[in-house]
Design a binder for this molecule. Structure first.
Ligand code: KG4
Ligand code: ZN
Length: 358
């Protein structure tokens, strides 16, 4: 089964082909970073307009590449939410239009299930069960994944998501957008002895009684007040960037360790844009290995938004029953009256067009 995947939930326009037999056949991505950079963040209306301009030529380029073996698809999978309403609508409209023209199903995918499944595209996919840490611009989630499609949310964000905190702190430090990679670059020159002792940045909600929820807005506010207390030269910016990054890495590591201990699971999957952070990857790896477990990541380009994970998730939803040796999901009716879900909990994943797993 061959799936065309489409992703337009935020500021990346992406298309990919996943084939059950051949794996990931090809993928394309057009980033809107330069478009939003002057505004210091994503402007939803500009994002939607740019998806309109970019998506069809991108799909065309992907399908016409002779290396991708022809254009015959069995379904089109698209991100149906969560995300920016206008941006989602562009992908949903194009996906449903193509599916209608080709008389094949259009399958709405939950963006965070896409992120969660992204490590399945790697040579060594994670076996079930596992804990998934999903850290992106809009979400910080800890999910217990007991089996295919069996998700139980253990913790979420009370305020800013991890990536959002990176982006806002980068803005405070004048490092630009997107903030995560900018903070990570600046932090390389940071002095680890600058903010120690009484000056150590907080590790929010890490006491055992705090459970598995995250809260990053206080940490961002702390970074702002430290930044306001002194002249910001390049070195001091690097010092604050490092102190902030270390605080996020420590906090996330403590929560992951707690989630693994509570669930008794041995495997940790880390995905979403913030999973591209090298310091976080290294720290989580050593924590998990120290506890005799295993950690799984997507390759860095599939940590951030991409369509490979959406095409894979479409294939997963359509073929899961077959792969597990059970009855296949019933064929989904060829209807193209789509809607999108800008706000959508992973716990309510079966509420859209995609076939629920058996
Ligand atoms: O998953 P993603 O591409 O989009 C959403 O679904 O939100 O995640 C984007 C987020 C942004 O907040 C960005 O600053 C953050 O991921 N990010 C990083 C890094 N690369 C991207 N955060 C920390 N370190 C990075 N290297
Ligand atoms: Zn994302």
């Amino acid at each position: 089964m061959r799936i065309l995947g489409i992703e337009t939930s935020c500021d990346d326009t992406a298309a990919a082909i996943f084939d059950g037999a051949a794996g990931l056949v090809g993928h394309r991505l057009a980033s809107q970073v330069a478009l939003h950079q002057p505004y210091g963040g994503v402007v939803p209306e500009l994002a939607a307009r740019d998806h309109i301009r970019t998506l069809l030529p991108l799909v065309d380029d992907l399908l016409c590449d002779p290396a991708n073996g022809g254009a015959a698809m069995d379904a089109v999978a698209y991100t149906a939410g969560p995300g920016l309403a206008g941006a989602l609508l562009v992908g949903a409209a194009v996906a449903n239009g193509l599916a209608r023209a080709w008389a094949i199903p259009a399958v709405g995918i939950h963006h965070m299930e896409g992120h969660l499944l992204a490590p399945m595209l790697e040579a060594k996919p994670p076996p079930y069960p596992f804990i998934a840490l999903l850290v992106s611009g809009g979400h910080s989630l800890l999910v217990a994944v007991a089996g295919a499609g069996q998700y139980h949310i253990l913790g979420g964000t009370r305020d800013d998501a991890a990536g959002e905190a990176f982006d806002k702190t980068a803005k405070i430090l004048g490092l630009g957008y997107p903030g995560g990679p900018a903070i990570a670059r600046a932090a390389v020159a940071g002095d680890p002895d600058c903010f120690t002792g009484a000056k150590t940045f907080p590790r929010p909600m890490t006491k055992p009684a705090d459970g598995l929820d995250f809260s990053f807005s206080g940490l961002k506010t702390h970074a702002r007040s430290v930044a306001q207390q002194q002249p910001l030269d390049t070195q001091r910016i690097a010092d604050i960037a490092l102190a902030f990054e270390l605080a996020v890495v420590d906090t996330v590591t403590i929560k992951c360790q707690r989630a693994l201990a509570q669930s008794g699971y041995q495997r940790l999957v880390v995905a979403g844009g913030v999973a591209a952070n090298q310091r976080l990857r290294a720290r989580l790896c050593s924590m998990v290995i120290e506890h005799g477990g295993e950690v799984f990541y997507p390759r860095p380009e599939f940590c951030t938004d991409n369509a490979a994970m959406i095409a894979y998730a479409g294939h997963f939803r359509l073929t899961h029953g077959l792969r597990e040796g059970r009855e296949p999901s019933p064929p989904i009716p060829l209807r193209y009256d789509f809607s999108v879900k800008p706000r959508w909990s992973l716990m309510a994943i079966d509420e859209v067009a995609s076939p629920p797993l058996p």
